[in-house]
Design a protein around this ligand. Structure first.
Ligand code: UDX
Ligand code: UDX
Ligand code: ADP
Length: 484
């Protein structure tokens, strides 16, 4: 590899592949990076001024390298054939039917990518697993490749991506660690070193960890499970805070001060979302079950159950405070993305909360600075795999979607509304003119803060009835049953 320019090809130009390859290209001017995808519109967007994903700092990085050593193409086979290192970053959704439906990862895209690699390769390849996949996927991929190899040598590596959306570029520039798993054979070690050399362009050596294949694959699932578990833990405590008069922010601060626990990732919320946490935990659960470990499976399943409970608890707070019905009432929803600084809505808690409100026949008016009406309507019409969802979070009928309107302004969304739900922690929601919003709402006017970003005392002074997650309750809410 060392005597010629290294060529990298990444299959899948999504939230992971796009930003990761852009940063590799920026940091490694001596490497040519081509990102390929079967989706023509996606590649066109990557080649345009409007990138297909919103990510702070990404535009800048792409502009610096695109056309120099960073390319986006739909000519998948050509670029795979030419590459030395192939990253596979295709989607791995949860299976919706068949064996393991609702839990196991759907590896259809992965498998077809692997078969394509086997078909078109004429030289030795290092194939790098980048999308989160179940443990032992590398083994399956290895089998597909070696059984179709035509004498070509394939080395499979697992190099899970730990970036978080909204901070992807920052995370890629300064990763806590880069993890590379490979076979413990001479060929495997050489491949690990080749990938290590790529990252060593900008990541300090002591942050590049090398392990065996299974450790790398499992570490990704475990890390996401631990992170999600912290949120479910603090959210579970938030319910108890509301019942007792404790304040979850004070409790989380006090708990997080213990350096063994740490202060990060302890914000109580309406629930976690995103493409990874639920999917990866479901994966972990399925793997445990398949390996005869039902106790371990149930332990992790509980993290998702608390997350579903937190979303339904929120809906119940809204409905019960408004005299047990939101039928025909306008409810404003501020924020639909699963977190701030992204337009991504995969598994966003807003979907379940909106479906819950729609189930009670509310009229909802949604504003999110980065999510299109099209996306919202699609999300709310979509059927989720019904693995363990409470009754009132059942999918809505297509007609219910007519109860939804989307607007491009928070004041428009809240005009004439009975209640206002904050579901994403966008910075701009902290500085809205809440007096103006109050003046234009029906009375009594309610605020349900699913992200604890507004000061409940200030809003109460204006006249709102305020619900914040895990905070001492208004007298109004105390009399209302909150738990289904
Ligand atoms: C996550 C992991 O952080 C990342 O390392 C992994 O590679 C992919 O999955 P991401 O899903 O992009 O990243 O976002 P993250 O910041 O982890 O947030 C996930 C969800 O948890 C969001 O809905 C967020 O709002 C919620 N959250 C996060 C909380 O409710 N409270 C917190 O304290 C932190
Ligand atoms: C604990 C708390 O640490 C302390 O803050 C609180 O005031 C009292 O309870 P203690 O029980 O004395 O203190 O010991 P600790 O070090 O927390 O260990 C508790 C148990 O966990 C021990 O049996 C220890 O062996 C075990 N442990 C700890 C592990 O198995 N793995 C670990 O990583 C850490
Ligand atoms: P992630 O968040 O993991 O990056 P995305 O869904 O954003 O996931 O991106 C995955 C991308 O992979 C999609 O753009 C999809 O079109 C692409 N993809 C899936 N299968 C293939 C394939 N066989 N060849 C090329 N691209 C593929």
């Amino acid at each position: 590899l060392s005597d010629k320019m290294v060529k990298i090809c990444c299959i899948g130009a999504g939230y992971v592949g796009g930003p990761t390859m852009a940063v590799i290209a920026l940091k490694c001017p001596d490497i040519e990076v081509v990102v390929v995808d079967i989706s023509k519109p996606r590649i066109e967007a990557w080649n345009s001024d409007t990138l297909p994903i919103y990510e702070p700092g990404l535009d800048d990085v792409v502009k610096q390298c695109r056309g120099k050593n960073l390319f986006f193409s739909t000519d998948v086979e050509k670029h795979v054939a030419e590459a030395d290192i192939i990253f596979v970053s295709v989607n791995t959704p949860t299976k919706t039917r068949g064996l393991g439906a609702g839990k196991a990862a759907d590896l259809t895209y992965w498998e077809s990518a692997a078969r394509m690699i086997a078909d078109v390769s004429k030289s030795d390849k290092i194939v790098v697993e980048k999308s989160t996949v179940p443990v032992k996927t590398a083994e399956a991929i290895e089998k597909i490749l070696t059984h179709n190899s035509k004498g070509i040598n394939y080395q499979i590596l697992s190099n899970p991506e730990f970036l978080a959306e909204g901070t992807a570029i920052e995370d890629l520039f300064k990763p806590d660690r880069v993890l590379i798993g490979g076979r413990e054979t001479p060929g495997g070690r050489k491949a690990v070193q080749a990938l290590k050399d790529v990252y060593a362009h900008w990541v300090p050596e002591d942050r590049i960890l090398t392990t065996n294949l299974w450790s790398a694959e499992l570490s990704k699932l475990a890390a996401n499970a631990f992170l999600a578990q912290r949120i479910s833990s603090v959210n579970a405590i938030s319910a108890l805070c509301e019942a007792t008069g404790a304040n979850v922010s004070e409790v989380a601060y006090a708990v997080g001060k213990d350096t063994r626990i740490g202060p990060k990732f302890l914000n109580a919320s309406v629930g976690f979302g995103g493409s990874c946490f639920q999917k990866d935990i479901l994966n972990l659960v399925y793997i445990c079950e398949c390996n005869g470990l039902p106790e371990v499976a149930n332990y992790w399943k509980q993290v998702i159950k608390i997350n579903d409970y937190q979303k339904s608890r929120f809906v119940n707070r809204v409905v019960s405070s408004m005299f047990n019905t939101v039928s025909g009432k306008k409810i404003a929803v501020l924020g639909f993305a699963f977190k701030k600084d992204t337009g991504d809505t995969r598994e966003t808690p807003a979907i379940d909360v909106c479906k819950g409100l729609l189930g009670d026949k509310a009229q909802i008016s949604i504003y999110d600075p980065q999510v299109t009406e099209d996306q919202i309507q699609r999300d709310l019409a979509m059927n989720k795999f019904d693995w363990d969802h409470p009754m009132h979070l059942q999918p809505t009928s297509p007609t219910a979607v007519k109860q939804v309107s989307c607007v491009w302004d928070a004041y428009e969304a809240t005009k004439g509304a009975h209640g206002l739900c904050i579901l994403t922690e966008w910075d701009e929601f902290k500085t809205l003119d809440y007096q103006k919003i109050f003046d234009n709402m029906q009375k009594p006017a309610f605020v349900f803060d699913g992200r604890n970003i507004v000061d409940p005392e200030k809003l109460r002074e204006i006249g709102f009835i305020v619900y914040s997650i895990g905070k001492p309750l208004d007298a109004w809410l105390k009399d209302m049953p909150a738990v289904a």
